[in-house]
Design a protein around this ligand. Structure first.
Ligand code: GLA
Length: 386
């Protein structure tokens, strides 16, 4: 992407040569809202990223320039407090990496990216992990990849106010070309699996809506899952959280707990189960059955977990009678953003045209489509000549 423009802006503003760091957004094949329940997820980093040009400035101040917005902001290292706006992400990463042992120093940074904002592709994780990776190098730190993930996640909790799980930051940092990551969010153990979709593409359909409910409802879902665990624990004291509950065990609680709490919990338990099956299908190259798991995920997210919205449901419904689509579902936190679609390659153009028209006709809104490719995770490099 626009690395040359970022370096040129950096050299114009700060008159020195920067270090480059970058981190991608992500897709998630299946396993939604399972991460903060200590379950499993199946994300992959994609070829859309946030790019940073950074250099030390020998002061106690951070000067940041958001190239996409053409806005500059600064803060002092000795008084980092959460505020509003994009600078909050920079502050969060500096403060949270410091808690992990990275000694902060003043620096200058210019950044930009092509991860669509509010699209459920984790632009914020890309921002956090790309900067954390860059600062680790710039400050000669020895943070591990997991430290970078955890510091980035905490900057989302403490500076953006969303009690997110670990998936997005993990995918952005650990991603590898052509691989999906099966991550156990409890132990942080992970396996790379090859997603062989030869003859197919992953197409994201962006609703172009972000409902304001997104962050408050996210935190509410977390609390509802915890409330369900408290009920389950009375009968099964060994249960730590929903990760430990089987589909059969869950059924015992139907009618035994508040219906909404039951729906939330049974969705999570079933989603972990679907993910296991999806991995088996994926490893066998059975894309048809993988697609069925993906549709099952959407059904649960929409009806039981209730984090979808009319626009997302509309886009998934449009694919149900389309033989070129093997699976479709909402992706990420929900209440807007993208659907992920597994589409036959030779039908991709027709699919995008048809969906764009249907969305305009049915919802009166413009849809955007991205054909994504699975690319590498966060990394640093020396600056290229501007
Ligand atoms: C957001 C969060 C993730 C995860 C997803 C839902 O993207 O940042 O941690 O919980 O929602 O799966």
């Amino acid at each position: 992407m626009q690395t040359t423009a970022i370096v040129a802006k950096f050299e114009e503003l700060f008159k020195k040569e920067p270090l480059i760091s970058r981190a991608p957004g992500r897709v998630n094949i299946i396993g939604e809202h399972t991460d903060y329940n200590d379950g499993f997820v199946l994300p992959a980093s994609v070829d859309k990223e946030m790019v940073f040009a950074i250099a030390l400035n020998g002061t106690d101040t951070v000067n940041a320039f958001a190239l996409d917005l053409n806005e500059q902001d600064s803060f002092k290292l000795d008084s980092i407090v959460p505020t509003e706006g994009w600078i909050n992400y920079i502050k969060g990463v500096v403060a949270e990496t410091a808690k992990k042992g990275l000694e902060p120093q003043g620096f200058d940074v210019v950044f930009a990216g092509d991860v669509p904002l509010g699209a459920g592709m984790s632009s914020s994780a890309a921002l956090e992990c790309g900067l954390a990776t860059g600062l680790n190098k710039l400050f000669n730190g020895d943070l591990s990849k997991l430290d970078i993930v955890l510091a980035s996640q905490m900057s989302e909790h403490n500076y953006a106010g969303v009690k997110c799980g670990i998936m997005d930051q993990f995918a952005s940092t650990y991603g590898q070309t052509n691989k999906v990551i099966k991550l156990d969010c409890r132990t942080k153990e992970y396996e790379y699996h090859t997603l062989d979709i030869t003859g197919h593409k992953l197409v994201l359909c962006n609703t172009n809506v972000t409902h304001s409910l997104a962050s408050s409802e996210y935190n509410t879902r977390r609390e509802q899952c915890e409330a369900g665990v408290e009920v389950i624990k009375k009968k099964y004291p060994e249960i730590i959280n929903l990760r430990d509950v089987t589909v059969e065990m869950m059924k015992e609680f139907e009618g035994e707990m508040d219906q909404v709490i039951y729906n939330r919990c049974s969705y999570v338990v079933e989603e972990n189960d679907r993910l296991e099956k999806a991995c088996e299908f994926m490893d066998k190259g059975d894309l048809v059955n993988l697609g069925k798991m993906i549709y099952g995920s959407h059904e649960g997210l929409s009806k039981k977990y209730e984090v979808s919205c009319p626009e997302l449901d509309f886009l998934v419904e449009q694919t149900l009678d389309d033989d070129s689509v093997l699976g479709a579902r909402m992706m990420g936190g929900g209440f807007g953003g993208c659907t992920i679609n597994l589409v036959k390659e030779d039908a991709v153009d027709a699919f995008i045209d048809r969906m764009t028209k249907a969305y305009k006709d049915g919802m009166g809104k413009d849809m955007l489509a991205y054909v994504v490719v699975i690319g590498p995770g966060a990394r640093t490099e020396e600056a290229v000549e501007a």
